[in-house]
Write a protein that binds this ligand. Sequence first.
Ligand SMILES: [Fe+2]
Length: 250
Amino acid sequence: MLVPTTGSEVTPVSIITVGDEEKRGVSSPLILPDLAILDPGITIGLPPAITAATGVDAMVHAIEAYASKSANNNPVSRVLAREALRLLGANIETAVFDGRNVAARGAMLLGSMLAGQAFANSPVAAVHALAYPIGGTFHVPHGLSNALVLPHVLRFNAPCAAQLYAEIAADAFPHLASEEGTQARCAAFIEELAGLSKKLGMQTRLREVNIGEEHLAKMAADAMKQTRLLVNNPREVSEADALAIYRAAW
Ligand SMILES: [Fe+2]
């Protein structure tokens, strides 16, 4: 049985650090619990910074699952991703700034679970691939690592995924429904996500988590090792692309 604080209860995946700095995924049905209880009460004491980082991570799960190039991306995973984004987008600010709000905490748990089910079917991609070197080498929490590269990876993906991002934009941020046109709505979605990190008090640049510019080239080389994730990205990522994304995020 699991009593989780994120969506990992519904995925067969566990991430472990190998050696000093490499993060690798282990996937086995044995990891899935027979029973998981989502109890918002146990997340009440979670500090704002961790609530923000894990909440954004769950949103990334839904976004990457929805746009995943995986052959397992299917109508069910897409419905799960969209409902997850509705719950997470509507409740993340309340959960961060009013941490004792049980309804918001419960909605975040449910959204995280649905996003977990979405990406257990339709796996995540370059945001996670580029986040791993940030977490593995510099021990930045997973959710924050994702948030730091999220807008930059989505901007890179936009030429291939604008339609998909435009489809889910108003799920996470309902006011974007008034944004006319695929390109404009996609761009507004990415800007909202970048603004959300700032609004939630998270660091938004790699330099703010003490990553020196001299490390970016090795990070790009390390990110390329995440082939199991990169194959799912809507746009092919080369090492030079990864470096350009890190530079933009720096
Ligand atoms: Fe994640």
